[in-house]
Design a protein around this ligand. Structure first.
Ligand SMILES: Nc1nc2c(ncn2[C@@H]2O[C@H](COP(=O)(O)OP(=O)(O)OP(=O)(O)O)[C@@H](O)[C@H]2O)c(=O)[nH]1
Ligand SMILES: [Mg+2]
Length: 460
């Protein structure tokens, strides 16, 4: 890890031209360093004040800018910081950062400002990760989940669990010190109750991961079916644009196409695929292999069947070939406009017999069916944008740490019941505490910090 005493500088706004660009400079001694680019100092300014100043380097005037001063321990990083808002020209920003570096600053690494905030105790690790999620959130639901985590949702729950378990761990360690006397400081009943309570909390949180992950990454929905069934037509209808090529030639879609659809603040990643049949050439064959892969990896498969060209029996046969290769299949009977007397009951029955979770009949040529299709998707994706205040686990790392904690706590219970040695009990309790502590960063390693903060953008 690089020196925490360095003064670091980076552009905090996106690269390119804009009305305003912000350069952030932070570290002990930053005010004196910035003063050297000014005729009128800011080093005597109060925290949280803004100052209009001309910026100078060796070659002359760089820009006129607004400097915001944050004094330790306030501000984002908890170190002395100046945020310089210049005119939004990449040239000005580069020249300013170079001037700052000549005065003794160095370019900040990705996530280094947030890393410092963490090291200064302004944020715990789960909150720091929430910052990255917040920046990249693209839907109301993921924004809400990230914001909840940033405000300490998960951290609070964990610290409560930890404090209680730490007390017990301490008592058990004490018992170990008096091991010859066979005393029990920690009442086993109370310990069991505490562990059970913690387990319940952890298991509830673990269950939210599927939803949390869907909220963060989006629900993957794949369109599959025979060639010409109208997959691309329905894909375009939902997206309201001519995203995929539609034609009456079977085998039009070769490669999978992906796009994002937002419904009620929830993100869906729609994937249009190549129609399934005996491939006629190598490229089509590769496309169809991809269709199978996507089906396996998707939370939902929308299986499109052409009700004007196929029979319910054919649908049943198709669905049987999907068995075990797709998680949840929802059938869409398409081209209802072409047949007057299609028997929806029979189609529904075939879908059900084939193990599909639902059936809907639509026409891809009828714009009004778009709403119906959206509803179908939204109601049936197990992950509705439940914008309630439930804390969600949205992060793989947290999920695995909770799993570890769960395992250790289950072993604690077993150990008590089986009357296994106190050493083992103490060990498992410590393991559980460590796993929980990893989430908030009470227990960290440099590798872990490197991998978390390396994913941030520079300037954050
Ligand atoms: N009348 C009618 N025609 C439709 C409907 N949906 C699709 N079509 C037509 O059916 C043909 C095939 O549609 P596509 O959307 O390309 O079908 P696909 O399933 O993507 O086909 P592949 O990419 O070849 O697997 C096109 O000529 C569409 O215009 C519908 O609901 N009604
Ligand atoms: Mg297609």
């Amino acid at each position: 890890m690089k020196n925490r005493q360095d003064i670091i500088a980076a552009r905090a706004t996106p690269a390119g031209v804009g009305a305003v660009a912000v350069v952030r400079v932070s570290g002990p001694g930053v005010f004196e360093l910035v003063d050297r680019l000014l005729k009128k100092p800011v080093s005597n300014a109060d925290s949280h004040t803004a100052h209009f100043r001309a910026l100078w380097d060796e070659d002359g005037l760089v820009d006129e800018a607004l400097l915001t001063v944050f004094r330790a321990p306030h501000g984002y990083t908890g170190d002395d910081t100046v945020e310089i808002s210049t005119h939004g020209s990449p040239y000005i920003v580069d020249r300013l950062i170079q001037a700052l570096c000549r005065q003794g600053a160095r370019p900040a690494d990705a996530g280094e400002f947030t890393l410092r905030a963490f090291l200064n105790g302004k944020l715990d690790l789960a909150q720091a990760e929430a910052v990255a999620d917040l920046i990249s959130s693209e839907s109301a639901a993921s924004h809400k989940a990230a914001l909840g985590q940033l405000r300490g949702g998960i951290s609070e729950e964990i610290s409560l669990m930890r404090t209680r378990l730490i007390d017990f761990a301490a008592l058990i360690e004490l018992e170990l010190d008096f091991s010859e006397e066979d005393v029990e400081f920690a009442r086993r009943d109370d310990l069991i109750a505490q562990v059970n309570e913690a387990l319940e909390k952890i298991q509830t949180l673990l269950k939210t991961f599927a939803q949390g992950n869907a909220v963060k990454e989006g629900v993957q929905v794949v369109f599959a079916g025979r060639p010409n069934a109208g997959k691309s037509t329905l894909f375009n209808l939902l997206l309201q644009e001519d995203r995929a090529i539609v034609s009456d030639i079977a085998g039009t879609t070769r490669d999978a196409l992906e796009d994002v659809l937002l419904i009620e603040g929830m993100r869906y990643r729609l994937i249009d695929t190549a129609g399934i049949r005996e491939a006629t050439d190598t490229i089509e064959k590769l496309g169809i292999e991809r269709t199978w892969q996507y089906m396996q990896g998707s939370a939902m498969v929308l299986y499109v069947a052409d009700v004007s060209d196929n029979t319910p029996l054919q649908l049943l046969e198709d669905l049987n070939t999907l068995a075990g290769k797709a998680q949840q299949v929802w059938v869409v009977g398409n081209k209802t406009d072409l047949v007057q007397d299609w028997n929806s009951i029979e189609w529904q029955a075939a879908a059900q017999a084939g193990g599909a979770a639902g059936f809907i009949g639509v026409s891809g040529k009828n714009p009004e069916d778009r709403q119906q299709l959206r509803e179908y998707l939204y109601q049936n994706s197990a992950f509705k944008s439940d914008l309630s205040d439930q804390t969600l686990i949205t992060n793989q790392r947290h999920f695995h740490a909770f799993l570890k904690a769960e395992e250790s706590l289950l072993r604690v219970l077993e150990a008590i019941e089986a009357g296994i040695s106190k050493e083992m009990l103490a060990f498992d309790l410590r393991e559980a505490l460590a796993a929980l502590g990893e989430i908030t960063g009470e227990i960290t390693t440099e590798d872990l910090l490197g991998s978390i903060f390396g994913k941030f953008c520079i300037g954050k």
